[in-house]
Design a protein around this ligand. Structure first.
Ligand code: BCO
Length: 549
């Protein structure tokens, strides 16, 4: 098996980070050698199914062979060089994994995005990232074409499709003709590897950059103690490929530990399909959003037998203790919750074999020193609520994001004194368990999505009925919280049927921006509460929604 003790020592501050690190050459290619020599269980490294009978299984050797061919497509016909950025928007199909590995091999910085992005979202991402290439499929090619003339940096469009499209390169054709020999570039541990667009409380999403070591080696401790991974494991992490949870749970963690990343393409979310897959395949670990567990426990789980499932995990939003109890009653298994963010990965976890306190996010793993601080960066006593923060001085944990690209102000604003501040409120109990309270800003965490109110308000204002709006979180039994819009109508729309108008506004938002952000609740109001200087008091509306005033 691969000796990972050095990487664990780095996470425990017992060893320095190596100057050079590349996940493809230092991890994947080493597993490939071990596999070839019979020193790894005969499991696939990648096991994909479309749920309709089509399957794909690759060992590490095959993954290496195929991803080297994909790397040659990127640096050959796509003309991409080390350091160039490529936007990658694909559903859960094998090419997403191949092209992500290929980017790492070539030193190209990949920028994943969700398939729910609209033309406007893509335009913003292409312009902000200055990406030279975009890779997507037929579902989004027309949206890309509708904006590409406004993207001066965009040189290449790569289509993953059986068909051809004008002005697009076809991946399959190039891949088939591509050579399989490729030398992985040497990347410094601190070189940029990937960028995620992440929503903030003001303005459009920021670009959180991660290095070649941050999330790869940063998966070490969570992979070992939270996910409890071994080479014999088959882990099914259900995240959409646009979120960091996909790289963490379906890529870096399973492959660092030499296990199998199991993927179901699942174009439509369907709880019954999930239960059937768990009953059919030898999945030993599953990780999915709390909202999914909430949906699953509404079914009679005792009708299913999950033969291989041993360990259940969750993260992205808080899980209710009642859902944990129902899951345990019906399956006999605990749900191990972890807490993290795009910028920092996993910073608190309920480790396998430790006491679970339902409702708590567990304890911080090394290298993170997580504290609860006040607004001046002072550590608060145990039991007292404050900002959840990560110590960055005297030593900055290597797994923290590098920066918000091109945005030194926002990067600086994320730090206070000796700490990186998560903008989540919480408290720590006497035993060091972390408890989530709420966001300290206006961000909405709905079914695991991080939604910036400004993005939804900007979409709403584009509708002629909307004079102005304020978007806040509102409680919801299934999604924990949902987006609620308070809307001031233009006089000519006041007499319209309110139900029809709500539906129209919802459909409008779904078209203008990624549909997961649409306001599931809408209330028409005559005016919005404002400060003397005219700033909308979102916190007042939010407090009312949550029954706090
Ligand atoms: O619920 P509705 O049907 O009214 O609306 C849904 C979709 O139908 C709709 N939609 C999607 N594509 C559309 C569209 N409408 C029009 N055109 C399209 N092309 O939009 C709404 C989308 O909502 P959804 O995505 O929540 O859908 P759904 O099917 O209810 O999915 C439920 C979940 C739980 C599977 C989904 O919400 C989910 O995947 N949540 C988890 C998100 C996640 O992975 N978060 C982790 C982020 S990373 C992180 O937290 C860092 C941790 C270290």
């Amino acid at each position: 098996s691969l000796d990972l003790s050095e990487y664990e020592a780095i996470n425990r501050y017992e060893k320095e980070l190596p100057e050079y690190f590349n996940f493809a050459s230092d991890v994947l290619d080493k597993w490939s050698k071990l596999e070839k020599n019979g020193n790894r269980p005969a499991h696939p490294a990648f096991w994909w199914t479309d749920g309709k009978g089509k399957e794909m299984r690759w060992g590490f050797e095959e993954l290496g062979f195929l991803s080297k061919k994909a790397a040659n497509v990127l640096s050959g016909p796509c003309n991409l060089k080390r350091g160039d950025r490529v936007i990658l928007i694909l559903p859960r199909i094998p090419e997403w994994w191949l092209l992500s590995v290929a980017s790492i091999r070539t030193g190209i910085v990949f920028v994943p995005g969700t398939l729910q992005l609209t033309a406007k979202d893509i335009l913003y991402r292409l312009q902000a990232s200055k990406a030279k290439c975009i890779i997507t499929n037929d579902a989004l090619a027309a949206a890309v074409d509708s904006v590409s003339s406004s993207c001066p940096f965009l040189e290449t469009k790569l289509l993953i499709s059986e068909g051809r499209r004008d002005n697009w390169l076809n991946f399959k054709e190039l891949f088939d003709a591509s050579p399989s020999s490729h030398s992985c570039v040497e990347t410094k541990s601190s070189d940029p590897m990937m960028i995620y667009f992440t929503s903030g409380t003001t303005g459009l999403p920021k670009m959180a950059e991660h290095s070649h070591s941050s999330m790869t080696l940063g998966c070490m401790i969570s992979g070992r103690y939270w996910l409890d991974l071994k080479p014999s494991d088959v882990i099914w992490n259900m995240s959409d490929t646009g979120w960091i949870k996909a790289t963490l749970g379906s890529f870096f963690s399973p492959w660092l530990w030499g296990g199998t990343a199991f993927i179901h393409s699942m174009p439509q979310f369907d709880p019954r399909e999930i239960l059937n897959v768990l009953s059919t395949y030898p999945i030993t670990k599953m990780c999915t959003a709390p909202t999914v567990y909430r949906m699953l426990v509404q079914h009679n789980l005792t009708r299913y037998r999950f033969k291989s499932l041993r360990h259940c995990l969750t993260g992205g939003e808080p899980l209710n203790p009642e859902v944990m109890a129902q899951w345990k009653k019906q399956t006999g298994l605990d749900i191990h919750e972890a807490y993290g963010q795009t910028e920092v990965g996993i910073i608190s976890q309920n480790e396998k074999g430790t006491k679970i306190k339902p409702g708590s996010m567990g304890k911080p793993p090394p290298p993170y020193d997580v504290q609860i601080i006040d607004e001046n960066g002072n550590i608060l006593p145990r039991g007292q609520e404050g900002d959840i923060a990560i110590r960055v001085k005297p030593k900055r944990p290597f797994c923290l994001f590098s920066c918000y690209v091109d945005n030194p102000q926002k990067t600086a604003a994320a730090f206070c004194g000796d700490f990186y501040v998560t903008s989540d409120r919480g408290w720590m109990d006497e035993e060091g368990y972390l408890w989530f309270v709420a966001r300290s800003d206006d961000i909405i965490i709905s079914s695991g999505y991080r939604i910036g109110p400004f993005e939804v308000e900007s979409a709403l204002i584009e509708h002629p009925a909307v004079v102005e709006s304020a978007v806040v979180s509102s409680p919801d039994p299934l999604r924990r919280e949902v987006v609620k819009a308070f809307v001031v109508l233009s006089p000519s729309f006041i007499s319209h049927n309110p139900e029809e108008l709500i539906r129209e506004l919802q459909e409008h938002v779904k078209k203008v921006t990624a549909p997961y952000k649409y306001p599931r609740k809408v209330e028409f109001v005559q005016q919005l509460p404002k400060t003397i200087s005219g700033k909308v008091k979102r916190h007042e509306l939010r407090k009312k929604e949550w029954g706090q005033i």
